[in-house]
Design a binder for this molecule. Structure first.
Ligand SMILES: Cc1ncc(C[n+]2csc(CCOP(=O)(O)OP(=O)(O)O)c2C)c(N)n1
Length: 1182
């Protein structure tokens, strides 16, 4: 017995303190307890006072054990026999009962046999629950059998421990800083798996390693062999799990997948490379390292974010691409940050090196845009893969500084490409995302994006994630940048296998690349390769890493590049000759040198040569300023309206919710009366685009039904699980596919995804809808870095539509504002320049020249035209529309079918069409506004009886500012005071944006006597109050600032109207009850049970109550005298937003008796919309 053994024991015992008590210790404790009980008298009488009777199991400290050992070495009997057994080196564990074990081949020597025998003699009897030896128990098998079973189970547990936790002891760090401790076993062999891996079985490992065991079916380490000595089992497990690859896969719940992975790692000979393959790896490493060396030599002071230390990433990516192409992949989308990006462009995409180098020369760009730094630029390339002789398209998606935010964009692009190629399982399109270790675990968007991996409408059928893990994030060590053990732990949530691999073992790395590619192809699921390397230089090449990582960099300085190490290995193996290797290096150096000379000849650069989404054929021969008409035929509208308002055809036997049937019946009624509400207007836009061959995708939280229960694009079978029906998918036999999909509860990843989707193909309309506009700010990076500036930085267009529900309805700070001001502030039109409005293409040019379009629409027809215009334009531009909430059901917010037909178009402003518009000279105040507040203004004006003196003009397209039309309006109302009214706070909404532009307009008009004044809520840091009283007071204040206080006559008149309305509402409610509402409902009713009838009654009661409420002042929908959407104090007036989730409660439509009046009003409101040419703006229709 030696000191080493004591140390070993100390380890065991200490370990027992920090982990669950090792089973062995428990066994010993029981054994001694029993011994003491059964022979207490003997013990007591023979007990030597000097004998330390503390048993093996009770030892608790290193000092104590050392003391015991000293005692024992003087007199072995002075300690408990268990300690004696231990210190004398008698193994206590696995017995080798000949009949039960295959004869140990390696334990032939006599000492080993003796040891085994001694061990068998010394070993305490196995534990049993009752403290009685199993052999003694009635009917139980003999103790030896129990031991046999126990030992086999232990070996199984050891195998499983390696499979589950072997990666914890893998040798992953090329720097050797974070490495397995390496424990020397009793056979003198160093093994990595220690307590962390083996836990309670750790002690067994160091005893008899020669016993042979039958391998369980849960491992493939045996290959064709069923029995192996424990020593061999351990060696094989060590090689597989604790070598240069840490296989983390046991979190996967599917047995098929875990078995598949086992086969690829455990099977003897699983990792094999022939000489040609090895040579190819070296060649690729030569390029990877050579490229960085070349840049370092030529551009010493330039930032390039080199890959040195993770050089193997290039051969890994090459392997993935080769192998995927062989498996049928035709198009690959890559997302990555700065690290090694130039290398990827040069060596993966084969972007001509002179083009890359010219980015270092500081050249002028000949095209418009502001460009980006060289390590953010995107790229598209189509080239022949030399290994597979197949064409492959590679896209490296342009990337902002914001790490990881490109991930969802890549996924969206890949998904869109799958749609275009009809690839239903990802066999033709592959997404690869490269991460940094610090950002992979630090950025929330990674988690959000990972969660898309298995969602039916978002999956790309497996992404291959590669982590360029250089074990440092800028200057921060992992222990300060993450709480998880690995930077990849986020991938565990989606059950992805994670292969950690030492970057300095090229063959291990390439093996992981192969397995990952095959895994993704086989299972269509995400997979992660964590390349554990280092960073040879600072964060960028000018940074001094020794400031913060001195010890790490002392090691790095001594480390040979992997290329050199691998070359030496291959030279030793005789795979390459030294000269061959030197030639490889020289050849690539020459390529780079020639490219450098070539790059010097380049005098200008073009941003457009770095585009990652070339829409081949879209722009060629196209007049970009020509806008196709957006109106459609009445016949089309009727067809879409008819289908959209019908339940699924009878043959589907689809049971629709009766509330939905009621909504359908009301839709039908609208179609009959040739009037469209918001939902129908939107459906017209989507349906007509589908008819025109445009693929439409609408995505966001709960969009299928619509947050406010107005949309109902997807019906759910009421008695069949997962039975769904979407009538918009069935409008025309040859229509394009329509995808409407509820998303995960993420804004950032989903918006990024949809942005990516929108860029893939110009003939697609992609719409993302926020639950409430306010929530879009969790996607601010996507908005700022991609949507607002993507075209300017990367010449990359997108026609993405964001629908941001917005309006101040007393719903509190976070359910009110979509933050119009932020979008307007990011708009890049110059507020001080009055554009050339005489240009005949002014409208289209203005749209083309701005970075996005911001609208706050007030009619369904305008929504229809705005959506269709997205595709009718000769270019693509993001559209940010602030959508209504209560106005979704506002009776005035309806458009007649003629506003959708051929002679209609998008209206940038909607001029006054009432009395004030007829006598512009008599108008005292002209109120410009946008969005929902228009309806409040109309109501207030009516209540104040100022219809002739106040004109209200809706600015539907806020950005780009409709200078031409605004100028005409100002001219028209030449005597009027100019007012901007908004319901948002002064520091929010459109005010800051429009004020400057109104001023510019007035300067241009040389009208020094007039200026625009603000009427709205005062400034506030919060978007809205949460207090209804304050909300209404604010509302009243700004309305009063425009219209003044109500006069006595006004008040009396209003009281009369309210009474009339209440009577009308009651009448309407009772007539609603009496009527049946549509064909579908009739059928359902025929079948309905008594319960249904009861439900109906309940609903009707609710409806009655609602109608009553609506009739009170403050209800939102009663036209035209209905009080504001903003409820007055003390009235518990549910806005449509709160009542919305009850899909069968459409407040606007419940007041059936009023429909005609509403239509009249609406007709009136829209009559002049069709006569909206410039002439008419001068002379309003009478
Ligand atoms: C969202 C975001 N936060 C901060 C930064 C600043 N930054 C640039 S690189 C970097 C370190 C990233 O570390 P890692 O992900 O490990 O990649 P590495 O640079 O080491 O390759 C940081 C913090 C950034 N670009 N993006």
């Amino acid at each position: 017995m030696n000191q080493g053994r004591v140390k070993h024991l100390m380890l065991v015992v200490n370990f027992s303190k920090i982990d669950v008590a090792p089973r062995l210790l428990r066994e010993y404790a029981r054994y001694h307890y029993r011994k003491l009980q059964t022979s207490s008298s003997v013990c007591k009488s023979s007990q030597d006072n000097t004998k330390d009777t503390d048993s093996f199991a009770n030892g608790s400290s290193a000092a104590y054990i050392e003391g015991l050992y000293t005692k024992w070495s003087k007199n072995p009997r002075s300690v408990d026999s268990s300690w004696d057994a231990y210190f004398s080196g008698k193994p206590r564990s696995i017995s080798t009962t000949p009949s039960l074990y295959k004869k140990s081949e390696v334990s032939a020597d006599s000492s080993a046999t003796k040891t085994t025998k001694d061990a068998a003699a010394a070993a305490p009897p196995p534990a049993s629950a009752g403290g009685v030896a199993p052999a003694a128990a009635a009917g139980a098998p003999p103790a030896a059998d129990w031991k046999y079973i126990d030992d086999h189970l232990t070996v199984q547990a050891i195998i499983r421990a390696y499979q589950v936790r072997g990666h914890l002891a893998a040798d992953l760090d090329p720097l050797g800083i974070v490495g397995p401790p390496g424990i020397t076993s009793v056979d003198g062999k160093k093994r990595n798996a220690a307590q962390a891996v083996l836990r309670q079985h750790y002690t067994y490992v160091f005893n008899d390693l020669n016993a042979t065991f039958k391998l369980p079916s849960s491992t493939m380490i045996g290959g064709d062999e069923q029995f192996l000595p424990l020593k061999e089992i351990l060696d094989r497990l060590e090689r597989v799990y604790c070598g240069h690859i840490g296989v983390e896969y046991m979190q996967i719940t599917s047995l098929t997948k875990t078995n598949w992975i086992r086969e690829r790692f455990e099977k003897p000979g699983a990792i094999m490379f022939n000489p040609d393959e090895k040579k190819l790896i070296l060649e690729r490493l030569t390029r990877s390292t050579g490229f960085e060396n070349f840049l370092a030599k030529k551009f010493t002071s330039e930032k390039r974010f080199g890959l040195e230390g993770c050089d193997i990433m290039i051969p890994i990516m090459k392997e993935i691409i080769d192998r995927s192409t062989k498996l049928g992949v035709e198009s690959i989308f890559i997302g990555m940050a700065h690290r090694g990006r130039l290398n990827v462009l040069a060596n993966i995409c084969r972007k001509p090196i002179p083009d890359i180098l010219s980015q270092f020369h500081g050249l002028k760009a000949t095209d418009s845009g502001s460009g980006d730094v060289k390590y953010h630029l995107g790229l598209f390339t189509e080239r022949l893969n030399r290994v597979t002789n197949k064409n492959v398209r590679i896209t490296v998606v342009a990337n902002p500084s914001h790490l990881e935010y490109v991930n969802p964009v890549v996924l969206g692009k890949a998904r869109a490409e799958m749609y275009q190629r009809g690839d239903s399982n990802g066999s033709k399109v592959l997404s690869i995302i490269i991460h940094g270790d610090a950002s992979f675990c630090g950025q929330g968007v990674v988690y959000e994006s990972m969660h898309l991996s298995d969602l039916p409408c978002y999956t790309t059928f497996g992404t291959i994630h590669i982590v360029a893990n250089n074990q440092v994030g800028f200057t921060t060590d992992p222990r300060f940048s993450r709480s998880s053990r690995y930077c990849t732990d986020v991938a565990r949530v989606v059950n992805a296998p994670i292969f950690h691999v030492n970057a300095d073992d090229p063959e291990a790395c390439i093996h992981c690349a192969r397995v990952s590619t095959d895994y993704r192809a086989e299972f269509h699921k995400d997979v992660v390769i964590d390349i554990v390397g280092y960073r040879r230089n600072g964060h960028n090449e000018a940074d001094e890493p020794m400031f913060t990582q001195p010890l790490m960099y002392q090691r790095i300085r001594k480390l040979q590049p992997v290329m050199q190490k691998y070359a030496e290995k291959l030279i030793k193996e005789g795979v390459v000759q030294e000269k061959e290797y030197k030639d490889m290096i020289a050849k690539y150096e020459k390529i780079c040198d020639d490219a450098f000379i070539e790059s010097k000849k380049v005098k200008t650069i073009k941003y457009s040569s770095w585009i990652d989404s070339p829409w081949t054929g879209f722009f060629e021969g196209r007049d970009r300023l020509k806008v196709c008409p957006t109106g459609v035929s009445l016949e089309t509208l009727n067809n879409i309206g008819e289908i959209f308002s019908n339940p699924p055809p009878a043959e589907h036997k689809f049971e629709v919710h009766k509330g939905v049937l009621r909504i359908l019946a009301l839709r039908k009624q609208m179609v009959k009366s040739q009037m469209a509400d918001w939902s129908l207007g939107e459906a017209f836009a989507i349906g007509t685009l589908l008819k025109d061959g445009i693929h439409v995708r609408l995505s966001g939280q709960d969009v299928e039904r619509g947050t406010f229960s107005h949309r109902h694009h997807v019906f759910h079978h009421q008695s069949q699980d997962k039975g769904r029906y979407n009538s918009i998918e069935h409008l025309y036999p040859d229509q394009s596919p329509y995808v409407v999909c509820n998303s995960s509860l993420s804004e950032c990843a989903i918006m990024g995804f949809e942005h990516g989707y929108s860029m893939a193909h110009p003939n697609t309309l992609v719409i993302w809808e926020a639950q409430f506009g306010d929530f879009a700010n969790t996607a601010q990076t996507i908005i700022d870095s991609f949507i607002a500036s993507g075209e300017t930085k990367w010449v990359r267009q997108s026609g993405l539509v964001l629908l941001l529900p917005h309006s101040m309805e007393g719903m509190g700070p976070e359910h009110s504002s979509g933050r119009i001001e932020r979008f307007l502030q990011l708009s890049d039109d110059d507020p001080d320049i009055y554009p050339d409005t005489c240009d005949c293409d002014f409208v289209a040019r203005q749209l083309m020249d701005t970075n996005w379009i911001v609208t706050n629409l007030s009619t369904p027809a305008n929504l229809f035209h705005a959506l269709r215009r997205q595709v009718a334009l000769g270019f693509r531009k993001p559209l940010i529309n602030f959508s209504p909430k209560s106005v979704l059901r506002h009776p005035l917010a309806r458009s007649p079918f003629r506003d959708f037909t051929e002679c209609s178009e998008f209206m940038r402003i909607i001029p006054e069409t009432g009395k004030a518009g007829c006598k512009p000279d008599c108008v005292e105040k002209v109120v410009f506004c946008s969005g929902k507040v228009y309806y409040d203004l109309v109501k207030e004006r009516e209540e104040h009886e100022q219809d002739e003196t106040v004109a209200i003009i809706r600015v539907e397209q806020v950005c780009p500012f409709p200078y031409d039309l605004i100028t005409k309006q100002i001219e028209l109302y030449k005597n009027a005071e100019l007012i901007w009214c908004q319901e948002e706070h002064k520091n929010q909404g459109s005010w800051s944006y429009v004020q400057q532009r109104f001023d510019t307009t007035l300067i241009k008009m040389e009208d020094e006597t007039r200026c625009i004044s603000y009427h709205g809520r005062p400034p506030n840091s919060a978007p809205s109050t949460g207090n209804k009283v304050r909300h209404y007071t604010e509302y009243k204040n700004f309305m009063t600032s425009i219209f003044g206080e109500l006069t006595e006559e006004n008040k009396q008149r209003l009281e009369r109207i309210v009474k009339e309305q209440q009577a009308q509402a009651k009448q309407a409610s009772s007539s609603t009850k009496a009527k049946t509402v549509g064909q579908g409902e009739d059928k359902t009713k025929a079948k309905s049970s008594k319960d249904d009838k009861k439900d109906d009654k309940k609903d009707d009661k609710k409806d009655d109550k609602k109608d009553d409420k609506k009739a009170k002042p403050g209800a939102t929908t009663a036209p035209p005298t209905s009080p504001p959407a903003s409820p007055p104090p003390k009235q518990d007036n549910k806005s449509p937003t709160t009542s919305a989730p009850k899909g069968d409660m459409n407040p606007a439509d419940k007041t059936k008796g009023k429909i005609d009046t509403k239509q009249e009003n609406s007709k009136k409101a829209t009559t002049d919309e069709t006569n909206k040419n410039d002439e008419n703006l001068k002379k309003p229709t009478k």
